[in-house]
Design a binder for this molecule. Structure first.
Ligand SMILES: NC(=O)c1ccc[n+]([C@@H]2O[C@H](COP(=O)([O-])OP(=O)(O)OC[C@H]3O[C@@H](n4cnc5c(N)ncnc54)[C@H](OP(=O)(O)O)[C@@H]3O)[C@@H](O)[C@H]2O)c1
Length: 239
């Protein structure tokens, strides 16, 4: 039977690349997002195995309706996040931190809970965290807290929800729309990040999509947080 994958937050960047990768390997792929125009564009790009639904992952009722309407699902990739949490610790306001937690940690938990009733007994959940969780970098404490919370859930959830497999990918800097808020400084920032890696470049959405596909396709992988960061965590030791 053709496998069905849902990508929560799959209309651009890493989520869309994962959708394209998983559809190319013969799966039916359902992507979600909040913006109808982006959703329509994404479904077109995925091709005949793609479909989509507009739903805000922070809304438990919307997520439960979405999954209940789909019926059986084999794998779920939970990719959503907002843009909050970066910047100097001294000026990280409680409101900004709460928003960052709501937009990513809470949204990802809500999506995973809504998926469970229809997820195949030995299917998989793959969360998308971020390598900021473990990086010794200034001005990422808020992001690190949010992504560290997601990563720290993985081993315990893999035990609690077994035989469902539970994993996460932890990307370094990936060239997606996420960075557009930098405006004219975008390219300079990405170049600086590239020089901080051992591979000499920032990541592509396809790099992370391959890691997501590996976790979905490897029936022996569970409780794993897979880092895909171009070696950025190694560089300070080499300098
Ligand atoms: N890019 C990087 O350098 C990087 C590094 C580490 C980790 N990550 C993580 O990778 C994941 C994907 O990021 P990306 O760079 O691919 O970003 P992106 O291009 O902005 O993609 C985010 C996707 O999630 C959707 N989305 C956001 N909030 C949503 C919500 N509440 N409900 C439903 N859909 C929602 C977006 O569509 P709508 O806005 O239309 O809803 C879009 O489809 C995120 O978790 C991000 O934190 C990215």
């Amino acid at each position: 039977m053709t496998e069905r994958v849902v990508i929560v937050g799959g209309t651009s960047g890493i989520g869309l690349a994962a959708a394209v990768r998983l559809a190319a390997s013969g799966r039916e792929v359902v992507v979600t997002g909040r913006t109808p125009e982006r959703l329509e564009r994404a479904v077109k790009e995925i091709g005949e195995r793609g479909s989509g639904a507009v739903a805000d992952a922070r809304d438990p009722e919307a997520m439960c309706d979405l999954f209940a309407g789909l019926g059986r699902v084999d794998h779920v990739v939970i990719n959503v996040s907002g843009r909050k949490g970066a910047g100097p610790f001294r000026s990280l306001s409680p409101d900004e931190l709460r928003r960052a937690l709501d937009d990513k940690l809470v949204a990802q938990v809500v999506a995973a809970q809504a998926a469970l009733p229809v997820l195949r007994r030995d299917g998989s959940l793959t969360f998308v965290a971020a390598a900021s969780a473990n990086s010794a970098m200034a001005e990422v404490a808020g992001l690190a807290a949010v992504n560290g919370a997601i990563q720290s859930m993985i081993p315990g959830l893999a035990v609690e929800l077994a035989p469902v497999r539970v994993n996460a990918v932890s990307p370094g800097v990936i060239d997606t729309e996420w960075w557009d808020w930098l405006g004219d400084d975008r390219q300079g920032a990405l170049d600086a990040f590239a020089s901080a890696t051992t591979v000499g470049r920032v990541g592509t959405p396809a790099d992370v999509a391959n890691a997501i596909a590996y976790l979905i396709e490897t029936g022996y992988a569970t409780g794993t947080v897979l880092t895909v960061d171009g070696g950025v965590r190694l560089k300070p030791r080499l300098a």
